[in-house]
Ligand binder design. Structure first.
Ligand code: MCA
Ligand code: AMP
Length: 492
């Protein structure tokens, strides 16, 4: 069995459709959708291009993860060829880009938009030039990596997580089991393609099931509504910030509400969806949302099953094949199923990463003696095994709009800016973003204060979504007796 079985004998069922939206530059001559037969040919042409470039199985290929068809085709083609995709956020800043390229050492960097790219990259083949007679390679599932994704920790630069074809397939099949996900389902999403949610679940998930991905390049509630309405049987994947904005839009526009109401399944993940939003969604659309919980390092761990229906506050039971433990501060296993005892979530299973790239130190910390991965998330467990995520061990990890961001990486940039004597970053509750990044800065009195310049520096060096949304100038930072900044006080 291969990662995308339908590509072995492709037909004319819709595979990919991208709504690039009115504000994006269209690609002249390129189609907006591909059926499986055309996708197979296009992926095969991409694999031929890789070979022309001297890129062979096992090599790493960085790819600017733009939301367009040539990029989607290349990500699929790479996986078929056993080449490791390293997707880069199109809004990646200079320092973070340098870190990823140095750490991943890709053989080439590819892009669908050479002119729009400020750093050197080779062009992907435009789809209208494709005339591949060779079928794409069909590789049996194995434990070799096909993706290298970067994820933030509390301190330092993001760490590389390699994911194998077998691990991805196991996770997607477990989700198919939980959600009754078949080839009849189209996936609709507007998620970025450089993280697990949009790439693994959204793109690989849709194609593994044999249905279509209807991808909205720029999140707009009306565009989501249009894609849902165009699909006979759709599953919407979204982060809580998108759900929040969809609810607001549905309140103002009945057509959005009814499109959401008709979807076969609406799934929220990447951050917790407040119970209040579950209720609002249900009252405006007449249907519920199921949540699932996961990490880049583990893929999806738990999920509410489609046949259970909405279960506000819970992320469901462990998926098939995934072992979950709760442990106390001393590392002892908690057996309680009382929905009250809080423990850290530990995970073991086929989709858990083998280790961070080039980071033996981080691997030492990340796994316990029995090979369970420490998630850092705190949860309770109900009598039927369903988890409720109640918090995080570290206040230095922030989830903003569903993106994981480390306070340490932002603080490091801020401290290099002129006029910053001290700086500390925290996530503050936000109705829209879940957590809003706020930087507390002790300014040098001799330098004019310029909060916007500090925000711009983070956007430029790291990535736009990592920028503080607010700079608060303070006289001093609250510190404990050891001199450590007390983040809890900043968040109070
Ligand atoms: C603003 N902009 C700037 C600046 N400020 N540009 C440069 N410099 C600045 N200082 C621009 C941006 O480029 C952008 O431009 C526009 O302002 C708005 O950007 P932003 O405010 O960041 O967008 P947002 O409205 O906050 O985005 C909300 C969002 C986004 C769409 C929900 O947060 C999102 O896509 N989240 C998905 C995260 C995700 O996929 N996580 C999965 C992780 P322009 O408009 O031109 O672009 S995987 C995971 O967590 C696990 C496995 C799991 O469980 O799924
Ligand atoms: P990432 O590193 O971007 O993969 O983010 C993983 C983190 O997202 C987890 O450790 C959780 O803190 C959070 N997360 C993902 N899904 C959920 C959910 N449904 N509820 C609460 N937190 C979630």
């Amino acid at each position: 069995m291969s990662l995308f079985p339908r590509l072995a004998s492709p037909d004319v069922r819709l595979a990919l459709e991208v709504d690039e939206g009115p504000r994006l530059t269209p690609h002249p001559g390129n189609p907006r959708s591909l059926d499986y037969a055309t996708l197979a040919r296009a992926a095969s042409a991409h694999v031929a291009q890789l070979h022309e470039l001297g890129v062979e199985r096992g090599a790493r290929v960085a790819i600017w993860a733009r939301s367009d068809l040539p990029t989607l085709v290349a990500l699929v083609g790479n996986a078929l060829a056993g080449v490791v995709s390293v997707p880069l956020s199109p809004k990646l800043g200079a320092r973070e880009l340098m870190h990823v390229l140095t750490d991943a050492e890709p053989a080439v960097v590819l892009t669908s938009d050479v002119e729009g790219q400020s750093t050197p990259a080779l062009p992907l083949r435009a789809l209208e030039t494709i005339d591949a007679s060779e079928p794409p390679p069909i590789r049996e599932l194995d434990d070799d990596p096909v993706l290298l994704l970067y994820t933030s920790g509390t301190t330092g630069a993001p760490k590389g997580v390699e994911l194998s074809a077998r691990g991805i397939a196991a996770n997607l099949d477990a989700l198919a089991d939980a959600w009754g996900w078949t080839e009849a389902d189209d996936v609709v999403h507007a998620l970025p393609l450089f993280h697990v949610h949009g790439l693994v679940l959204g793109l690989f998930g849709a194609l593994r099931a044999g249905g279509a991905l209807r991808h909205v390049a720029r999140f707009e509630p009306a565009a989501i509504g249009a894609q849902l309405a165009a699909s006979p049987r759709a599953m919407l994947f979204a982060v809580p910030t998108m759900i929040h904005r969809l609810i607001d839009a549905a309140e103002a526009d009945r057509s959005v509400a009814s499109a959401l109401g008709r979807a076969r399944l609406v799934v929220s993940g990447s951050a917790g969806l407040p119970t209040r939003e579950h209720r609002r969604f249900e009252s405006i659309t007449g249907r519920g949302i199921v949540e699932r919980y996961g990490l880049t390092e583990t893929l999806i761990v738990c999920g509410v099953r489609a046949d259970e229906g909405a279960r506000p506050g819970y992320v469901g039971r462990p998926l098939r094949g995934v072992e979950v433990r709760l442990v106390d501060d001393a590392g002892a296993v908690i057996d309680a199923h009382d929905d009250a005892t809080i423990g850290e979530v530990l995970v073991r299973g086929p989709s858990v990463l083998a280790g961070y790239l080039h980071r033996p130190d981080a691997n030492e910390e990340a796994f316990d003696a029995e090979g369970f991965f420490r998630t850092g998330d705190l949860a309770t467990r109900a009598s039927d095994g369903a988890l409720r995520i109640v918090g995080r061990k570290s206040t230095d990890l922030i989830k903003c709009g569903g993106f994981k961001i480390g306070a340490g990486e932002i603080e490091a940039v801020l401290l290099e800016q002129s006029g910053v004597r001290e700086g500390a970053v925290a996530g503050l509750p936000d109705d829209d973003l879940g957590e809003r990044i706020v930087a507390f800065v002790v300014a040098d009195p001799n330098v004019p204060r310029d909060g916007d310049a500090l925000i711009a520096a983070v956007a430029r060096e790291l990535a736009v979504h990592k920028r503080p949304r607010e700079i608060r100038f303070v006289d001093d930072l609250p510190r404990n007796a050891m001199g450590k900044v007390q983040k809890a006080k900043l968040r109070a």
